[in-house]
Design a protein around this ligand. Structure first.
Ligand SMILES: Cc1ncc(C[n+]2csc(CCOP(=O)(O)OP(=O)(O)O)c2C)c(N)n1
Ligand code: SF4
Length: 279
């Protein structure tokens, strides 16, 4: 059952599934079909983000999405609102500039683990330190997806990637711990499988004054293929079976190792700190 059928710029007739009924006004149907692989978690995030924007209580015209480069970076292009697709790793400085120029805007960065934490890592920690009043959604698929599967700062030790064919030898970032230590006001981690919790967390993120970080664990078939983990659905099963929710978890315990035996999710941090432009 579809809610909308439209011939897109690609000449293909696209039908939105029924579950998009409430957000069809926010989806750029003319840009579909999207570029993502079957089984990729990004489509779920697109839907939940659109729904959270719509129900945020903040007018759509005040929302701005800023993305860098990567599979995740394509999200803004499918949303019918002001969206900037900027250079790789520089979404956070663009977002901070937008917020400084017009503090009334609700500015949200969406980026991959490579975009935000490798090439953009310095911007991330300093925006958190300053407590810039923006939102950052980090899609953690443990790899550089778009460029063919190189290791990223969240690739677990031992994982095989294009650039670590014998197993990665570096330790990954623990994103919630890093975000908290650097100064973020709000820190959460969910997976695309935990749709309701992720949706609620995105709504909360919009309410926070200060630097708000939501890590989203999302399957990538390039990662699962290379590590003989089956397909994206198998990784979704792992996320389902091995995740526990513990809002009060010790942040130092939130590492995700290659075995993925322990994946802790939750809304971990919510605190008030002066934001960057406050005296
Ligand atoms: C300055 C610059 N360096 C490198 C690249 C190549 N590049 C494009 S996307 C990407 C990484 C993508 O990985 P990630 O940010 O984790 O996003 P994903 O594709 O996994 O969603 C890289 C290195 C680029 N486009 N620009
Ligand atoms: S390469 Fe990975 S992240 Fe990119 S669209 Fe495919 S499954 Fe998604």
């Amino acid at each position: 059952m579809s809610v909308e059928a439209e011939v897109t710029t690609t000449g293909i007739k696209v039908e939105l599934p029924k579950s998009y009924e409430d957000i069809k006004d926010l989806i750029r149907i003319d840009r579909l079909p999207h570029i993502w692989c079957p089984g990729c978690g990004l489509g779920i995030l697109l839907k939940l983000l659109a729904r959270a924007i719509k129900n945020s209580g903040i007018p759509i015209e005040k929302h701005v999405i800023v993305t860098g480069i990567g599979c995740t970076g394509r999200i803004g292009g499918y949303l019918k609102l002001d969206a900037y697709h900027v250079t790789h790793g520089r979404a956070i400085p663009f977002a901070v500039g937008l917020k400084m120029a017009n503090p009334e805007l609700e500015v949200t960065v969406v980026g991959g683990d490579g975009d935000i934490l490798a090439i953009g890592g310095n911007h991330f920690i300093h925006a958190a330190r300053r407590n810039d009043d923006i939102n950052v959604i980090i899609v953690n698929n443990f790899i550089y997806g778009m460029t063919g599967g190189q290791y990223s700062p969240t690739t677990p030790k031992g994982a095989k990637t294009t650039t670590s064919p014998y197993g990665h030898y570096e330790n990954p970032f623990n994103i919630p711990l890093l975000a908290y230590a650097a100064g973020a006001s709000y820190v959460a981690r969910w997976s695309v499988l935990h749709q309701n919790e992720l949706y609620q967390s995105l709504l909360e993120m919009f309410k926070v004054k200060g630097f708000a970080v939501v890590e989203v664990l999302s399957p990538c078939i390039i990662y699962t293929d290379r590590n003989a983990m089956g397909d994206a659905v198998d990784l979704v099963k792992i996320l389902k079976e091995r995740s526990t929710i513990d809002h009060n978890a010790n942040l130092a315990d939130l590492d995700i190792d290659f075995s993925m035996k322990k994946i802790i999710l939750g809304n971990f941090v919510k605190r008030e700190r002066p934001v960057s432009y406050e005296k």
